[in-house]
Design a protein. Structure first.
Length: 148
């Protein structure tokens, strides 16, 4: 986890426009501890990351930290990339329109109507789930932008 987490804490602090000294003061931790977290020398405990998320106003940091903390979190949470609000919104709207244009909502209803996914329906169901995951990822990107 240490290599993966290197700099996500520093990046979130810098986006928030805070110095290490001010951020450490606001969280009630030492500057040395914060520097260690930012360079990957130590991994911050979850309660410290929770403070960082609040002080830095960064949902992206919360997602990145959770994904880096456990394999099940990487499997569950999408890999949300940092982007501008306009880019994130355009990606989300585009993904939603693609879903609707392909009539995947209707196809999902047809598959789910009898409560069973047949062998014949399985490939289409997997394609629909993949598209839903794309929408979830883009929606999370919107909620994790600096403008949120």
């Amino acid at each position: 986890m240490q290599a993966d987490c290197k700099n996500i804490y520093q990046r979130a602090r810098k986006v928030a426009g805070l110095t290490q000294e001010k951020a450490a003061e606001m969280m009630g931790i030492s500057v040395r501890s914060l520097a260690d977290y930012e360079t990957g020398v130590r991994i911050p405990p979850n309660d410290t990351v929770e403070l960082m998320v609040m002080v830095y106003n960064s949902q992206l940091l919360a997602t990145q930290h959770l994904r880096n903390s456990a394999q099940f979190a990487r499997d569950l949470l999408p890999d949300v990339q940092e982007m501008r609000l306009s880019e994130a919104v355009l990606n989300l709207v585009d993904a939603i329109y693609d879903f609707a244009d392909d009539k995947l909502d209707r196809q999902l209803i047809d598959i789910a109507r009898d409560g069973v996914i047949t062998e014949d329906e399985r490939p289409q169901f997997e394609r629909i789930v993949h598209k839903i995951r794309e929408i979830i990822t883009t929606a999370m990107a919107v909620s994790c932008t600096e403008g949120s």
